[in-house]
Design a protein around this ligand. Structure first.
Ligand SMILES: NC(=O)c1ccc[n+]([C@@H]2O[C@H](COP(=O)([O-])OP(=O)(O)OC[C@H]3O[C@@H](n4cnc5c(N)ncnc54)[C@H](OP(=O)(O)O)[C@@H]3O)[C@@H](O)[C@H]2O)c1
Length: 280
């Protein structure tokens, strides 16, 4: 499994399995299957309501804890130093583990400074190995990155062939922060799975459009966490280490960038209001 090295020296698999929108009822089965086909990195969140199911799958699998890279995210309602600290302990309990490999602040709202301080403390207490942010753009990312001793190891943003986040990659590079792509398959938007450019490139290697789209991201040193509830697709999304895209193909795929998100536009006031009232 290909790995990347975070700015604190921690190694993280470049490919992981995301469990957003996987209900607790099927999440244990899905994570067991993902581990079965070879995933060793799992991305969950407090707001996915499936941390317990992920914890059960990890326990049942019998795989040693140190062979798994486990990520969760602190939700807005747990923002603030005290609440965030409690919520991290709660995530540890639900995930049935005594440490987390990576914890991210899920959204740039509420008292995220307090949350970051709680995460820094948890690192010092040995409860977390690396910390980072999710959905923090420009000024909000800089606000945290410039303020704290521990620089964000990871920034998770909507990133796919149609939204390649070049400017944000350049910005986070200044802090040694790695970009982690959420929705690396663009949730299938813009007909990604049948895209003619990706399919044509894939034909040469016997790979699908999805595999080419994912390979493009890891070739740019972007961490990916594709989600699927189907075991054969989990395996398909993981089977991208046995081919390489040549520079001309990388250049062609770079031209697919629209320069904007397709799923979550954080400059849209309606999205901020929706997220702030998500649990109401
Ligand atoms: N930080 C954040 O705010 C945030 C937001 C969104 C997501 N995330 C994280 O990122 C992960 C991935 O993002 P995502 O789930 O939104 O989108 P995604 O991984 O881009 O796409 C998932 C969709 O693609 C389908 N799919 C997956 N592999 C396929 C394949 N090989 N062929 C055809 N269809 C395929 C899945 O359907 P089936 O399941 O039916 O196969 C599902 O509908 C999440 O699970 C979560 O961990 C984070």
């Amino acid at each position: 499994m290909q790995k990347t090295i975070l700015n604190n020296g921690v190694e993280m698999p470049l490919i992981g399995y995301g469990v957003f929108q996987i209900s607790p009822e099927i999440c244990t089965r899905c994570v067991r299957e993902a581990l079965d086909v070879g995933y060793r990195s799992i991305d969950t969140a407090q707001a996915y309501y499936n941390e317990e199911a992920v914890g059960t799958a990890l326990k049942e699998s019998g795989i040693a804890r140190e062979d798994i890279f486990l990520t969760t995210k602190v939700w807005i309602s747990n923002a603030g130093e005290e609440k965030a600290a409690k919520s991290i302990d709660e995530s540890l309990r639900k995930l049935q583990t005594d440490y987390l490999d990576l914890v991210l602040i899920h959204q740039p709202f509420g008292d995220y400074h307090g949350t970051y301080r709680a995460m820094e403390k948890a690192v010092k207490q040995g409860k977390i190995r690396a910390i980072g942010l999710s959905n923090f753009y420009n000024d909000r990312f800089i606000d945290v990155a410039e303020t704290y001793e521990i620089k964000p190891a990871v920034l998770q943003l909507e990133t796919h062939v149609f939204c390649q986040q070049k400017a944000m990659r350049d910005l986070v590079n200044e802090y040694g922060t790695k970009l982690m792509a959420w929705a690396p398959l663009a949730e299938g938007k813009n007909n990604l799975f049948n895209d003619s450019i990706l399919s044509e490139i894939g034909e040469k290697y016997g790979k699908t459009a999805a595999q080419v789209a994912l390979k493009f991201l890891v070739s740019e040193d972007i961490i990916i966490i594709p989600k699927s509830v189907h075991k054969e697709r989990m395996a398909e999304n993981l089977a991208i280490e046995d081919f390489s895209l040549i520079e001309r193909e990388m250049q062609i795929i770079r031209t697919m960038d629209t320069g904007h998100t397709l799923i979550a536009d954080f400059s849209n006031p309606a999205l901020a209001k929706f997220l702030l009232h998500y649990e109401d």
